[in-house]
Design a binder for this molecule. Structure first.
Ligand code: SAM
Length: 245
């Protein structure tokens, strides 16, 4: 949709950081932060924000808001009505009543855990976990999470009142287990990450109650991970290979 309504002025927003994340493609990224706690990544500050002064005292806060650009879907534009996966993908509601990535301005917001802040030579790197962010996501702002104002308990949250109830079991074949063992020094939580990602059932909503014989692939870090449903409740990780073979 093109915007024909005159606006008071143009606004220019520049990225202040770039995300490094295990999620190298959109498929299988959790639908909100905090669902896959073992996902570890970072935000490298860039430009004028890349200075120790901009994060002075930020480590007082265990969690931060990350405002970012949905750069991976930005080019696809937006529509006023969308179909949230939480409603099974078959009911249309207003985009502003959802957390869809296809928005009038492609801005996302996620609360993530701030693990630590590193100064590496001239660079400031925020180590984070629990994010729902694609690798290389441009970050446009970071703010401390302030529970007295940001965490409201008595609320109506419509179709998202409860966290997703799906929790599938995950098994590994001997090959997959071996691949995990081979990288345990660099990625000690790799098995847990795969389990937490798959337990959410990344498949399209309409597949979730049906017998499914398809073999799926997802990418975490530089690994291609193949998996399939054994039954309605159990996933088997068939094979794990590096993307370069
Ligand atoms: N927590 C954010 C929010 O509420 O604004 C994002 C919610 S959105 C439903 C989460 C999904 O956005 C992820 O599952 C992933 O598919 C997608 N996503 C994450 N980073 C993205 C990016 N940089 N570009 C496009 N899509 C992205």
């Amino acid at each position: 949709m093109t915007n024909t309504t005159p606006t008071p002025s143009d606004i220019t927003i520049k990225p202040i950081g770039l995300v490094s994340s295990p999620y190298r493609e959109k498929f299988a990224i959790p639908r909100q932060p905090g669902l896959v706690t073992s996902a570890k990544g970072s935000i490298q500050l860039i430009g004028q924000a890349n200075t120790a002064d901009s994060v002075r005292e930020l480590t007082q806060f265990s969690h931060i808001w990350v405002l970012f650009i949905f750069h991976g879907t930005q080019a696809q534009g937006w529509k006023p009505l969308v179909r949230p996966p939480r409603l099974g993908g078959n009911k249309k509601i207003g985009v502003l009543a959802t957390r869809s990535t296809f928005r009038p301005n492609p801005i996302g917001m996620s609360v993530v855990k701030l693990e630590r802040i590193e100064q590496r030579n001239q660079d400031i790197i925020l180590h984070i976990s629990g994010m729902d962010l694609l690798d290389q996501t441009p970050v446009v702002d970071i703010k401390p999470y302030i529970p007295y104002s940001d965490a409201i308990t008595e609320v109506n949250a419509g179709f998202a009142q409860q966290p997703p109830q799906i929790s599938l079991s995950v098994n590994f074949t001997a090959q997959a287990q071996q691949a995990i063992d081979n990288c345990r020094h660099q990625l000690p939580d790799f098995a847990l990450l795969i389990e937490q990602v798959l337990a959410q059932d990344p498949r399209p909503a309409y597949k979730q109650t049906k017998i499914d014989n398809k073999i799926y692939g997802m990418t975490l870090y530089h690994f291609n991970i193949q998996w399939r449903m054994l039954d309605l409740q159990t996933i088997e990780v068939i094979q794990i290979n590096t993307s370069d073979g």
